[in-house]
Write a protein that binds this ligand. Structure first.
Ligand SMILES: *[C@@H]1O[C@H](CO)[C@@H](O)[C@H](O)[C@H]1NC(C)=O
Ligand SMILES: *[C@@H]1O[C@H](CO)[C@@H](O)[C@H](O)[C@H]1NC(C)=O
Ligand SMILES: *[C@@H]1O[C@H](CO)[C@@H](O)[C@H](O)[C@H]1NC(C)=O
Length: 276
């Protein structure tokens, strides 16, 4: 009897040490612990990481029930309370240009630009577009709503011009370009890859509802489905699930390429290894 109890105790301790008992997820088949950065936020979406000030920006729902109204906010390192960016009308989309130290905020009335060094001096640069999603690859790209067309922003002497990208003829939900110059679009049918220098649409098999597309610091594109994070297997153009996360809403990567994701009420950082 005593032997059995001792045995059992040892088993429990060792599984705690192995991380089985601590709150975490498997990412690429390796255990990772979860660090909750903030909670009690209503559907945090469109996560974006400011590598200079170590802030996670996001938009979240402020409408009641079916009404869709949004605000943009951020959380700072070491502080779980979020701060609201209150000068953006119905702010929904965020893109951070960590190379040029600029942040773009998209809302129902256009796009606003802010220099990281001049916080709160937000300047409106694009007027008359309801902005649904934004993406930076050298230049700022955005998708408008409800038309779902892709535009690229050209900075000219007279101001910033939104130029329709006609080579993407589809109505799209999301857009991204990876480190090899391949583009990715999603629409109601699913996900397509357009290889650098071609115009063929390669259908990527797996799932066809996406909540986000995010490129990590190594230029690898990641996709959020409803319950997990996926990457593309380029041998057979299928999606491979690298993490199972119930009801994932958004994804971004910090300066060390750690995953930061959101679910309907919290923002979580994922760190390699066991709980301390
Ligand atoms: C910008 O505004 C926010 C919210 O009003 C405030 O907390 C922050 O200190 C301001 N930053 C600067 C640099 O003035
Ligand atoms: C895209 O392909 C061209 C050649 O077709 C190449 O010069 C360029 O570097 C590629 N872009 C990226 C980002 O790799
Ligand atoms: C999505 O785009 C693909 C590739 O262009 C196209 O074949 C498909 O019909 C589109 N789906 C919808 C619903 O428009």
């Amino acid at each position: 009897m005593n032997i059995i109890i001792v045995y059992f105790t040892l088993f429990v301790i060792s599984s705690v040490v192995n991380g089985e008992k601590c709150d975490g997820i498997y990412l690429n088949n390796k255990f990772h612990r979860k660090e909750v950065l903030s909670k009690n936020i209503d559907r945090p979406y469109q996560l974006s990481y400011d590598k200079h000030r170590h802030r996670v920006y996001f938009s979240y729902n402020i409408g009641k029930e079916e009404e869709d109204r949004f605000n943009i906010a951020y959380i700072e390192k070491g502080n779980t309370e979020h701060k609201v960016k209150d000068n953006i009308e119905n702010g929904f989309a965020i893109a951070i240009d960590n190379t040029n130290d600029k942040i773009y905020f998209g809302g129902s009335l256009g796009i606003y630009e802010e220099l990281i060094k001049k916080e709160n001096e937000t300047k409106k640069i694009i007027e008359g577009f309801n902005v649904w999603d934004m993406f930076i690859k050298e230049k700022l790209h955005f998708i408008n709503y409800p038309q779902q067309r892709l535009y690229k922003c050209e900075h000219e002497e007279t101001g910033v011009k939104a130029v329709r990208q006609k080579h993407i003829h589809e109505k799209i939900y999301q857009y991204a370009i990876d480190g090899h110059g391949n583009s990715y679009i999603t629409n109601r049918t699913g996900l397509y890859m357009i290889k650098n220098g071609t115009s063929d649409r390669i259908f990527i098999k797996g799932i066809n509802n996406f909540r986000c597309i995010e490129v990590n610091n190594d230029g690898v594109v990641h996709f959020c489905g409803q319950h997990g994070i996926y990457v593309i297997n380029k041998e057979d153009y299928t999606l491979e699930k690298i993490a199972e996360i119930r009801n994932i809403f958004g994804l971004t990567f910090d300066h060390d390429n750690n995953f930061i994701y959101s679910n309907p009420h919290e923002i979580v950082k994922v760190l390699a290894g066991d709980c301390k």
